[in-house]
Design a protein around this ligand. Sequence first.
Ligand code: ATP
Ligand code: MG
Length: 560
Amino acid sequence: MTEIEKKDETTSKDFIRRIIEEDVAIGKNKGKVITRFPPEPNGFLHIGHAKSICLNFGIANEYNSVCHLRFDDTDPTKEDVIYEKAIQEDVHWLGFDWQGKLFHASDYFEKMYEYAVQLIQNGKAYVCSLNEEEIRRYRGTVTTPGAVSPFATRSVEENLDLFRRMRNKEFPDGAHVLRARIDMASPNMKMRDPLLYRIRHAHHYKAGDRWCIYPMYDYAHPISDAIEGITHSICTLEFENNRELYDWVLDNIKANFPSRPHQYEFARLDLQHTVMSKRKLLQLVENKYVDGWDDPRLPTIAGLRRRGCTPEAIRKFCEMVGIAKSNSSVEMGQFEFCVRDDLNTKAPRVMAVLKPLKVVIDNYPEEETEWLDASYWPHDIPKTGSRKIPFTRELYIEKDDFLENPPKDFYRLGPGKEVRLRYGYCITCTHVEKDPKTQEVTVVHCTYDPATKSGNAPIGRKVKGTIHWVSSQAIPGEVRLLSSLLNDTVSSDDFLSQVNLHSREIVQALLEPSLRDAKAGDRYQFERLGYFFVDPQFFQEGKLVFNRIVSLKDSWKKKE
Ligand code: ATP
Ligand code: MG
C-alpha cells in the first residue's frame, strides 16, 4: 500500500479526489476541474462503466463543474450510432448530465491530422511500411530492446508526401502507418515508436467516408482532452504504461490548448460471476445466449435497469466499492446488498406464490371471503398504507412449504403440523390428496383455528413458522427468476463454455389480487421471495411479467 493510499484510509476522500483537491489548492489550471467520460460507442455500458461515470461526473458535480461526454469513435469498424444513443440514455438514467458538452474524437480529426503533420515536420513522426507482423517483431520484448524500423530514415519530405497520400486514399489497409519517433529501446514498450495512424477503408458512422486514416487511441485521447480543456483525465489501471505516451504527445505538439491535462489511473471494477468486457458481452448477445443488450441477466446498465435495479443502488454500490490503486474483484453479494438496501424502503410488500400447491381448509365456509387488512410495510419502515387480501376456503401455498415427511426442524407445513398464514389464520394439515400415478401431493387438506385471526396468538401452543399464500381469487402472472449467467468466474476466452444455460427460470405464478393495479416499472417485495419488477417492455405488449431483481437473503429470520 502506498503512502497516499494509507492516508486515504483515514480520510473520506479517495486518492484521485485528494490529488484534485491539492491541484485546486495550488491554483493549477486556474483552479478549474473539468473531467470527461470517454466511452467507445462499440457496445452498451456495463456496471464497470458506471464506476467511471460516478467518479468523473461525481467529481464534476462536487466542483460545480462539468464532465464532458466524449465518444471515442476512432475505430469505425466496430462503432455504431445505436450504441451512442444507448450510452446517452444510460448516463442520464444513472442520474448524470453532460450539460451540453457532448463531443466526439472525430470532431477533432482535422486538428489531429494537422498536429501529425507538425510532428513529421519536426522529425518526431515517420511513415513506416513494415507490415503488422514485422512491426511486432521489430518491437522486441520486455527484456530485449526493439530494432529501429528501416523506414525510420525517410526524409521529412517523403514522410509528408506519403502521409498526405495515405489520407488521399492512395493506399490499401495496412500498407503504411504513421509512427512516433521515440525510442525503440525504451523500457516502456508503449514508447517504442508507437503507431499514431493506420489506414482503414471503412465507413465511419459519423464522419462518413471522409477519412481512410484513423488515429490510434494513444494519440487521439490526449489531443481530445487538451482541445476540450480537460484538466484531469481519469482512466483505468491498464493504461498506466500509456501515460508516458500521453505526456509525450502533449509535450511534443505545439498548440494553444486551453489546458494541459494529466492522466490518472484507478482500479477497474471487476464483478464476480459475470463478464464485463464489451467484447464478451457482444458475444453473448450475438450468439443469442441472452435476448439482447438489455437482457436482465447482463451486467449492462440497460440490463440492470430492465431487471429493476435502481440508479440509486448502482451509485451506492460504486461508492461502496471505492476508488483504489490496485485491482480486485468484487463479490456479487456486495452488489445485491446495495440493491436490497435501496429497495427495502422503496418496495411495498405483497404476496405471490411462484410454484402453487392447492390447500383446502375443510372447516372454512365454502362461499365465504374475508378481506384481511395487510400492511404494505414492515414495522421498521416509516411508511403507511395497506391493502385488503381475500381469505378463502381454497388457497395456494408454495410447493416448497409443504413436506410429507418433514424433518424435525421444518417449521412449515406437513401432516399434523400447524403453520401461520401471513396476515391470516393458523392452519393444521389433516391429510393430503395425491396423483395416483406419480404419488405427487396435489391437494393439502387443513383445518383452521378461528381464534388465530390476523396474528392473534394461538392459545396454549407455539406456532413457529409463517408462510405466504394467495387465495383462490389470485391472478396469474409470469415471473422470471434470474440467476448467475456464468457457472464460475472465468477470465479466459473460453467463457462461453461456462455460460449457465439455466440462468432464467420462467414460472407461472399466482399473485394477490391487488397486483392487478401493478404498472410498468413498479417494484414490489414478494414476501419471502425477493424484490420484483414489472418489466416495462412486456407491460407495453400487454403482458404482466415480473423480473426477480434480487432474492432476500434471510426472510423473516425464522429458523427453517
Ligand atoms: P471494455 O473492456 O468493457 O470494452 P473499455 O475500457 O474498452 O471497456 P470504453 O468504452 O473504452 O470501454 O470505456 C470508457 C471508460 O470507462 C474508460 O475511461 C474506461 O476506463 C472506463 N471503464 C471501462 N470498464 C471499466 C471498469 N470495469 N471499471 C471502471 N471503469 C471502466
Ligand atoms: Mg476501450
